[in-house]
Design a protein around this ligand. Structure first.
Ligand SMILES: [Zn+2]
Length: 295
Protein backbone atom coordinates (compact mmCIF):
# COMPACT_ATOMS: atom_id res chain seq x y z
CA UNK A 1 0.00 0.00 0.00
CA UNK A 2 1.31 3.45 -0.83
CA UNK A 3 1.79 6.27 1.64
CA UNK A 4 -1.36 8.06 0.57
CA UNK A 5 -3.47 4.94 1.12
CA UNK A 6 -2.04 4.46 4.60
CA UNK A 7 -2.63 8.12 5.46
CA UNK A 8 -6.20 7.78 4.19
CA UNK A 9 -6.88 4.81 6.46
CA UNK A 10 -5.30 6.59 9.40
CA UNK A 11 -7.43 9.66 8.74
CA UNK A 12 -10.54 7.52 8.43
CA UNK A 13 -9.76 5.78 11.71
CA UNK A 14 -9.14 9.11 13.38
CA UNK A 15 -12.44 10.53 12.12
CA UNK A 16 -14.27 7.41 13.25
CA UNK A 17 -12.71 7.64 16.70
CA UNK A 18 -13.55 11.33 16.94
CA UNK A 19 -17.08 10.54 15.80
CA UNK A 20 -17.37 7.87 18.48
CA UNK A 21 -15.96 10.14 21.16
CA UNK A 22 -17.71 13.36 20.36
CA UNK A 23 -20.82 11.85 18.80
CA UNK A 24 -20.97 14.81 16.46
CA UNK A 25 -23.70 14.73 13.84
CA UNK A 26 -27.24 15.91 13.41
CA UNK A 27 -29.11 13.09 15.19
CA UNK A 28 -29.66 13.84 18.87
CA UNK A 29 -27.24 11.86 21.00
CA UNK A 30 -28.73 9.11 23.11
CA UNK A 31 -27.52 9.31 26.67
CA UNK A 32 -25.67 6.39 28.24
CA UNK A 33 -25.27 5.93 31.95
CA UNK A 34 -23.14 3.43 33.83
CA UNK A 35 -23.69 1.56 37.08
CA UNK A 36 -21.45 -0.84 39.00
CA UNK A 37 -23.73 -3.82 39.68
CA UNK A 38 -26.86 -5.47 38.22
CA UNK A 39 -29.38 -4.30 40.89
CA UNK A 40 -28.47 -0.69 40.06
CA UNK A 41 -28.76 -1.51 36.37
CA UNK A 42 -32.31 -2.70 37.00
CA UNK A 43 -33.21 0.51 38.85
CA UNK A 44 -31.58 2.76 36.25
CA UNK A 45 -33.40 0.93 33.44
CA UNK A 46 -36.73 1.24 35.24
CA UNK A 47 -36.16 4.97 35.81
CA UNK A 48 -35.03 5.56 32.24
CA UNK A 49 -37.90 3.63 30.64
CA UNK A 50 -35.89 3.05 27.44
CA UNK A 51 -34.80 6.68 27.18
CA UNK A 52 -31.23 5.98 28.25
CA UNK A 53 -28.76 3.13 27.61
CA UNK A 54 -27.52 1.55 30.83
CA UNK A 55 -24.10 -0.07 31.00
CA UNK A 56 -23.25 -2.33 33.95
CA UNK A 57 -19.51 -2.22 34.70
CA UNK A 58 -19.29 -5.48 36.65
CA UNK A 59 -21.03 -8.25 34.70
CA UNK A 60 -23.30 -10.89 36.19
CA UNK A 61 -21.11 -13.30 38.16
CA UNK A 62 -18.26 -10.78 38.66
CA UNK A 63 -17.20 -9.79 42.17
CA UNK A 64 -17.56 -5.98 42.50
CA UNK A 65 -15.03 -5.93 45.31
CA UNK A 66 -12.18 -7.20 43.17
CA UNK A 67 -13.29 -7.05 39.51
CA UNK A 68 -10.72 -5.82 36.97
CA UNK A 69 -12.04 -3.78 34.08
CA UNK A 70 -11.08 -5.15 30.65
CA UNK A 71 -9.94 -2.49 28.10
CA UNK A 72 -13.01 -3.14 25.91
CA UNK A 73 -15.31 -2.18 28.78
CA UNK A 74 -13.26 0.95 29.41
CA UNK A 75 -14.18 2.23 25.92
CA UNK A 76 -17.88 1.59 26.48
CA UNK A 77 -17.83 3.22 29.91
CA UNK A 78 -15.95 6.26 28.67
CA UNK A 79 -18.95 7.09 26.45
CA UNK A 80 -21.25 7.41 29.44
CA UNK A 81 -22.50 10.70 30.73
CA UNK A 82 -23.29 9.58 34.30
CA UNK A 83 -21.83 6.88 36.51
CA UNK A 84 -24.00 5.71 39.42
CA UNK A 85 -21.65 4.33 42.05
CA UNK A 86 -22.59 2.45 45.25
CA UNK A 87 -19.83 4.51 46.84
CA UNK A 88 -17.40 2.12 48.50
CA UNK A 89 -17.06 -1.08 46.49
CA UNK A 90 -13.49 -2.25 45.82
CA UNK A 91 -14.05 -1.99 42.07
CA UNK A 92 -15.15 1.64 42.41
CA UNK A 93 -12.21 2.51 44.62
CA UNK A 94 -9.84 1.04 42.04
CA UNK A 95 -11.40 2.18 38.77
CA UNK A 96 -13.57 5.27 39.11
CA UNK A 97 -10.67 7.68 39.21
CA UNK A 98 -9.20 6.21 36.00
CA UNK A 99 -12.59 6.32 34.27
CA UNK A 100 -13.15 9.93 35.29
CA UNK A 101 -9.65 10.85 34.08
CA UNK A 102 -10.26 9.19 30.70
CA UNK A 103 -13.55 10.99 30.30
CA UNK A 104 -13.66 14.43 31.94
CA UNK A 105 -17.33 14.82 31.01
CA UNK A 106 -18.30 11.71 32.99
CA UNK A 107 -20.18 12.73 36.10
CA UNK A 108 -19.82 10.27 38.98
CA UNK A 109 -22.90 10.18 41.21
CA UNK A 110 -21.98 8.62 44.55
CA UNK A 111 -25.27 7.08 45.70
CA UNK A 112 -23.94 6.56 49.24
CA UNK A 113 -23.60 10.29 49.85
CA UNK A 114 -25.56 11.49 52.83
CA UNK A 115 -26.64 7.97 53.83
CA UNK A 116 -26.06 6.59 57.34
CA UNK A 117 -23.16 4.25 56.59
CA UNK A 118 -22.05 1.35 58.77
CA UNK A 119 -18.45 1.02 59.91
CA UNK A 120 -16.78 -2.00 61.46
CA UNK A 121 -19.03 -4.59 59.78
CA UNK A 122 -16.90 -5.18 56.69
CA UNK A 123 -13.19 -5.82 56.29
CA UNK A 124 -11.72 -7.12 53.09
CA UNK A 125 -8.78 -7.31 50.75
CA UNK A 126 -8.49 -4.70 48.09
CA UNK A 127 -7.52 -6.14 44.71
CA UNK A 128 -4.44 -8.29 44.52
CA UNK A 129 -2.50 -6.49 47.21
CA UNK A 130 -2.37 -7.73 50.74
CA UNK A 131 -3.91 -4.49 51.82
CA UNK A 132 -6.82 -4.60 54.20
CA UNK A 133 -9.50 -2.00 54.61
CA UNK A 134 -10.39 -2.21 58.24
CA UNK A 135 -13.88 -1.48 59.38
CA UNK A 136 -12.96 1.65 61.32
CA UNK A 137 -12.03 3.77 58.30
CA UNK A 138 -13.86 1.93 55.54
CA UNK A 139 -17.66 1.92 55.33
CA UNK A 140 -19.51 -1.29 54.61
CA UNK A 141 -20.18 -1.11 50.85
CA UNK A 142 -23.30 -3.34 50.68
CA UNK A 143 -25.72 -0.44 50.97
CA UNK A 144 -28.07 -1.57 48.18
CA UNK A 145 -29.17 -4.61 50.23
CA UNK A 146 -31.15 -2.32 52.55
CA UNK A 147 -34.63 -1.64 51.13
CA UNK A 148 -34.74 1.67 53.04
CA UNK A 149 -31.42 2.90 51.71
CA UNK A 150 -32.23 1.50 48.26
CA UNK A 151 -35.12 3.99 48.11
CA UNK A 152 -32.73 6.84 48.79
CA UNK A 153 -30.23 5.57 46.22
CA UNK A 154 -33.00 5.45 43.62
CA UNK A 155 -34.05 8.98 44.55
CA UNK A 156 -30.48 10.22 43.93
CA UNK A 157 -30.44 8.41 40.57
CA UNK A 158 -33.73 10.02 39.61
CA UNK A 159 -32.52 13.52 40.51
CA UNK A 160 -29.27 13.08 38.57
CA UNK A 161 -31.15 11.83 35.48
CA UNK A 162 -33.45 14.87 35.52
CA UNK A 163 -30.49 17.19 35.91
CA UNK A 164 -28.59 15.58 33.02
CA UNK A 165 -31.59 15.28 30.72
CA UNK A 166 -34.32 17.73 31.70
CA UNK A 167 -36.26 17.00 28.50
CA UNK A 168 -37.09 13.59 29.99
CA UNK A 169 -38.17 14.92 33.39
CA UNK A 170 -41.83 13.82 33.16
CA UNK A 171 -40.81 10.30 32.06
CA UNK A 172 -38.29 10.02 34.88
CA UNK A 173 -40.74 11.32 37.44
CA UNK A 174 -43.50 8.85 36.55
CA UNK A 175 -41.00 5.99 36.55
CA UNK A 176 -39.50 7.14 39.83
CA UNK A 177 -42.91 7.21 41.54
CA UNK A 178 -43.63 3.68 40.33
CA UNK A 179 -40.22 2.28 41.34
CA UNK A 180 -40.21 4.03 44.71
CA UNK A 181 -43.66 2.55 45.44
CA UNK A 182 -42.31 -0.92 44.60
CA UNK A 183 -39.32 -0.52 46.93
CA UNK A 184 -41.60 0.83 49.67
CA UNK A 185 -43.79 -2.25 49.22
CA UNK A 186 -40.76 -4.54 49.63
CA UNK A 187 -39.82 -2.65 52.79
CA UNK A 188 -43.30 -2.93 54.33
CA UNK A 189 -43.51 -6.63 53.46
CA UNK A 190 -40.17 -7.28 55.15
CA UNK A 191 -41.06 -5.08 58.13
CA UNK A 192 -44.24 -7.11 58.71
CA UNK A 193 -42.50 -10.42 58.14
CA UNK A 194 -39.37 -9.77 60.21
CA UNK A 195 -40.70 -7.64 63.08
CA UNK A 196 -41.61 -10.70 65.20
CA UNK A 197 -38.01 -11.93 64.83
CA UNK A 198 -36.23 -8.73 65.94
CA UNK A 199 -32.98 -9.50 67.74
CA UNK A 200 -32.62 -12.92 66.09
CA UNK A 201 -29.30 -13.85 64.44
CA UNK A 202 -28.38 -15.41 61.13
CA UNK A 203 -25.01 -16.38 59.69
CA UNK A 204 -23.61 -15.40 56.33
CA UNK A 205 -20.35 -16.32 54.61
CA UNK A 206 -19.35 -12.85 53.37
CA UNK A 207 -20.93 -9.99 55.39
CA UNK A 208 -23.21 -8.63 52.65
CA UNK A 209 -26.34 -8.18 54.75
CA UNK A 210 -25.27 -5.67 57.43
CA UNK A 211 -27.61 -2.90 56.21
CA UNK A 212 -30.42 -5.37 55.58
CA UNK A 213 -30.03 -6.68 59.14
CA UNK A 214 -29.89 -3.14 60.54
CA UNK A 215 -33.19 -2.23 58.83
CA UNK A 216 -35.07 -5.00 60.61
CA UNK A 217 -33.19 -5.29 63.91
CA UNK A 218 -31.53 -8.62 63.06
CA UNK A 219 -28.01 -9.81 63.91
CA UNK A 220 -25.50 -10.87 61.28
CA UNK A 221 -22.68 -13.31 62.10
CA UNK A 222 -20.08 -13.32 59.32
CA UNK A 223 -17.93 -16.40 58.70
CA UNK A 224 -15.37 -14.50 56.64
CA UNK A 225 -13.68 -12.20 59.10
CA UNK A 226 -11.15 -10.44 56.88
CA UNK A 227 -11.91 -11.24 53.26
CA UNK A 228 -10.05 -14.53 53.52
CA UNK A 229 -11.28 -18.05 54.17
CA UNK A 230 -11.85 -18.45 57.91
CA UNK A 231 -9.30 -20.47 59.86
CA UNK A 232 -10.56 -23.65 61.58
CA UNK A 233 -10.14 -21.90 64.96
CA UNK A 234 -12.21 -18.93 63.85
CA UNK A 235 -14.90 -21.22 62.45
CA UNK A 236 -14.94 -23.03 65.81
CA UNK A 237 -15.66 -19.81 67.72
CA UNK A 238 -18.33 -18.88 65.15
CA UNK A 239 -20.01 -22.28 65.61
CA UNK A 240 -20.15 -21.64 69.37
CA UNK A 241 -21.54 -18.10 68.88
CA UNK A 242 -24.10 -19.35 66.36
CA UNK A 243 -25.29 -22.12 68.69
CA UNK A 244 -25.64 -19.66 71.56
CA UNK A 245 -27.53 -17.22 69.30
CA UNK A 246 -29.85 -19.93 67.98
CA UNK A 247 -28.83 -19.44 64.34
CA UNK A 248 -31.09 -21.43 61.98
CA UNK A 249 -29.70 -20.46 58.59
CA UNK A 250 -26.34 -19.63 57.03
CA UNK A 251 -26.47 -17.67 53.79
CA UNK A 252 -23.77 -18.28 51.17
CA UNK A 253 -23.11 -16.00 48.21
CA UNK A 254 -22.65 -17.78 44.94
CA UNK A 255 -19.20 -16.18 44.31
CA UNK A 256 -17.80 -18.12 47.27
CA UNK A 257 -16.90 -21.74 47.87
CA UNK A 258 -19.81 -23.14 49.92
CA UNK A 259 -17.85 -25.96 51.60
CA UNK A 260 -16.90 -24.10 54.79
CA UNK A 261 -20.43 -22.81 55.21
CA UNK A 262 -21.70 -26.37 54.79
CA UNK A 263 -19.31 -27.63 57.47
CA UNK A 264 -20.43 -24.77 59.69
CA UNK A 265 -24.09 -25.61 59.09
CA UNK A 266 -23.54 -29.28 60.01
CA UNK A 267 -21.81 -28.28 63.26
CA UNK A 268 -24.45 -25.74 64.21
CA UNK A 269 -27.33 -27.89 62.99
CA UNK A 270 -28.73 -25.17 60.74
CA UNK A 271 -29.55 -25.04 57.04
CA UNK A 272 -27.60 -23.36 54.23
CA UNK A 273 -29.16 -21.13 51.63
CA UNK A 274 -27.53 -19.79 48.45
CA UNK A 275 -28.21 -16.11 47.94
CA UNK A 276 -27.26 -13.57 45.32
CA UNK A 277 -27.48 -9.99 46.59
CA UNK A 278 -26.06 -8.95 43.19
CA UNK A 279 -29.10 -10.30 41.34
CA UNK A 280 -30.62 -8.09 38.66
CA UNK A 281 -34.08 -8.88 40.08
CA UNK A 282 -33.36 -7.12 43.33
CA UNK A 283 -36.88 -7.09 44.79
CA UNK A 284 -37.36 -10.83 44.29
CA UNK A 285 -33.98 -11.68 45.76
CA UNK A 286 -34.38 -9.46 48.83
CA UNK A 287 -37.80 -10.99 49.53
CA UNK A 288 -36.42 -14.50 48.97
CA UNK A 289 -33.69 -13.86 51.58
CA UNK A 290 -36.29 -12.68 54.11
CA UNK A 291 -38.52 -15.70 53.38
CA UNK A 292 -35.56 -18.04 53.88
CA UNK A 293 -34.76 -16.42 57.22
CA UNK A 294 -38.35 -16.69 58.45
CA UNK A 295 -38.98 -20.25 57.31
ZN1 LIG B 1 -18.20 -7.15 50.86
Amino acid sequence: MNRGGKTGILLWALCWMLGVCACSGSAPERMSVAVTIPPLQNWAEQLAGGRVDVVCAVPDGGNPESYDLPPSAMVELSRCRLYFSCGHLGFERTWLETLAKNNPSLQVVDLSRGLPLLYGTHVHHHGEEEHLHHGADYPDPHIWCSPRLARRMVESMYRALVEADSAGATVYEANYRRLDAELARVDSLLTAELAPLAGKAFAVYHPTLSYWAADYGLRQLALEPDGKSPTPQYLRTMVDSARRAGVEVVFVQREFDPRQAETFAREVGCRTMMINPLAYDWSDEIKRIADAFVR
